[in-house]
Design a protein around this ligand. Structure first.
Ligand code: G1P
Ligand code: ZN
Length: 542
């Protein structure tokens, strides 16, 4: 039986960079999840009888919302839902499944790298038929709908068994529960030289993969250990837990410090990696050397042709605006297009669909390619392994040779978390107002060459996205960028991105914060970060 339930709008359902993210108790309010899911369906057209992929990163409240989404999909007229067993689908695996099965779209339940648990974060996002996050036009329509919604449709049937691989029927709709790993593993096998990687492991290569008790555990176990023959124990923390073991499933130098310490220690394995809550981010660390995500993008792009899936070369490279310019130098040398997009993976979708870019990346530990329409943590790790296997050199050698060829972009991000929204907005407002007067002024011995509020003109659909971050460019190519996060769930997060280019190989082993000290000081002089936020230091430095 299908019911139409009367409801009242909530006024806080604006999707951010990656869907709607809120604390679990917010999602547990009456009709809160239902309102948002119905708003998604109401913003879409023509899905009657079509397939919808549903899965999540396994965090607390995942199973409950999956049952709601299944019942609402039935009531709204979908023909079939394809659900990952146990409610599990990593974000890139969901993207692949949507594409492979030519589904109408997918609902992904995740709050990415944010903590999980009864008082932590939850999220709902919609991906379109290309497998990528809903474009801005659609998220705007969803948001508009949340403000006027007055009813939703839901079918009444008992909770569906999502723990058995089978196809059943409920409320007149097919419910297909699938192995969340199999299709994805097959895709990886089609892109990378598994034989070469297998030989490398057989030859004694040692690696550590930390799944951080999040969604990539089962994927890493299957691919690294079962298919590639890495020794048992290569994957750590591989049981997905609803609260990620109480940790932040964020693969950065703060939350994966144990991995970093191990990789810098005397008994370090050859390669270390980690992925986040929903499996789209990656951290890669060579023995004795941390590889920044911006550098990793450049190095993967420069070597991608060594993997079978990319042997024809790249069509182009894209990076988010705050990501360092290291990849630009690779694109220039290759003679392929380079695209600078706003923060958020959805902006890469058009470039990938149009065949203008093959590899994309963000400074926030996201790298991916046209194989799916999301960033992909394990994909990045496997491409590194493929490159290491073919080149037969250490990660450290590959990195230092890359810097010697292209120069090094020293790079760091400083986050000021949970700043009062008014204070953060005031900082941005004041800075915006003085942008025009900045060029030509000198700060700490450096001259400002240009300053603007980044606006993106999508070369494919002509759409314009304004106010995507403030860029201050210095003579000589150094740069600071400031923007407010679109994914935080409490207060505002100010992000400061700092970058300095150093061509001289004799100056490639300076401590990063030291190399960037003048620029960090200049950013504070210009933007008044300390005075506006009332903070002496960032909450997180990556
Ligand atoms: C952050 C990252 C951004 C990434 C997004 C989703 O967004 O900075 O690169 O795409 O998470 O993983 P932000 O909080 O900065 O808006
Ligand atoms: Zn993520």
């Amino acid at each position: 039986m299908t019911r139409t339930v009367e409801t009242k709008p909530y006024d806080d359902q604006k999707p951010g960079t990656s869907g709607l993210r809120k604390k679990v108790p917010v999602f547990q309010q009456e009709n809160y999840a239902e309102n948002f899911i119905q708003s998604i369906f109401d913003a879409l057209d023509g899905f009657a009888g079509k397939d919808l992929v549903i899965g999540g990163d396994g965090r607390y409240f995942n199973r409950e919302v999956i049952q709601i989404a299944i019942r609402m999909a039935a009531a709204n007229g979908f023909g079939r839902v394809i659900v990952g067993k146990g409610g599990i689908l990593s974000t890139p695996a969901a993207s692949h499944l949507i594409r492979k099965r030519k589904a109408f779209g997918g609902i992904i339940l995740s709050a990415s790298h944010n903590p999980g648990g009864p008082h932590e974060d939850f999220g709902i996002k919609y991906n379109a038929d290309n497998g990528g996050p809903a474009p801005e036009k659609l998220t705007d329509a969803i948001f508009a709908r949340t403000k006027t919604i007055s009813r939703y449709r839901i079918a009444d049937f008992d909770p569906v068994d999502i723990d058995t691989i089978a196809t059943t029927s409920a409320g007149g709709m097919a419910v297909e529960v699938v192995d969340p790993v199999a299709d994805y593993a097959e895709l990886m096998e089609s892109l990378f030289d598994f034989d070469a990687i297998r030989r490398m492991f057989a030859g004694g290569f040692r690696m550590r993969f930390d799944a951080m008790h999040a969604v990539t555990g089962p994927y890493a176990k299957e691919i690294l250990e079962h298919r590639l023959g890495a020794p048992d124990g290569t994957s750590r923390n591989y049981h997905p837990l609803p609260d990620f073991g109480g940790h932040h499933p964020d693969p950065n130098l703060v939350h994966a410090k144990h991995l970093y310490d191990e990789m810098m220690g005397p008994d370090a394995p050859d390669f270390g990696a980690a992925s986040d809550g929903d499996g789209d981010r990656n951290l890669v660390i060579g023995k004795g050397i941390f590889i920044t995500p911006s550098d990793s993008l450049a190095m993967l792009a420069a070597n991608a042709h060594l993997a079978p899936g990319y042997k024809a070369g790249l069509k182009g490279i894209a990076r988010s605006m705050p990501t360092s310019g290291a990849a630009d130098r690779v694109a220039e040398k290759m003679g392929v297009g380079m695209y600078e997009t706003p923060t958020g993976w959805k902006f890469f979708g058009n470039l990938l669909d149009a065949g203008m870019a093959t590899i994309c990346g963000e400074e926030s530990a996201g790298t991916g390619s046209d194989h799916v329409r999301e960033k992909d943590g394990l994909w990045a790790v496997l491409l590194w392994l493929n490159i290491l296997a073919v080149r037969g050199e250490s990660a450290k050698d590959i990195v230092t040779k890359h810097w010697a060829t292209y120069g090094r972009n020293y790079y760091s991000r400083h986050d000021y978390e949970e700043v009062e929204s008014e204070r953060a907005n005031a900082l941005v407002g004041v800075l915006r107002a003085k942008l025009k007067s900045l060029p030509g002024t000198r700060v700490r011995g450096m001259t400002i060459a240009a300053a603007d509020d980044f606006a993106y003109h999508d070369p494919v659909d002509g759409s314009v996205s304004e106010h995507q971050g403030i860029r201050i460019l210095f003579e000589g190519g150094s740069r600071v960028v400031l923007r407010l996060s679109g994914t935080g769930t409490s207060g505002a997060t100010l992000r400061l991105y700092v970058e300095r280019y150093e061509p001289d190989p004799d100056r490639h082993d300076i401590d990063t914060q030291e190399a960037l000290a003048d620029l960090i000081g200049a950013a504070d002089d210009i933007a008044g970060i300390r005075s506006h936020t009332g903070r002496d230091a960032p909450s997180v430095i990556t």
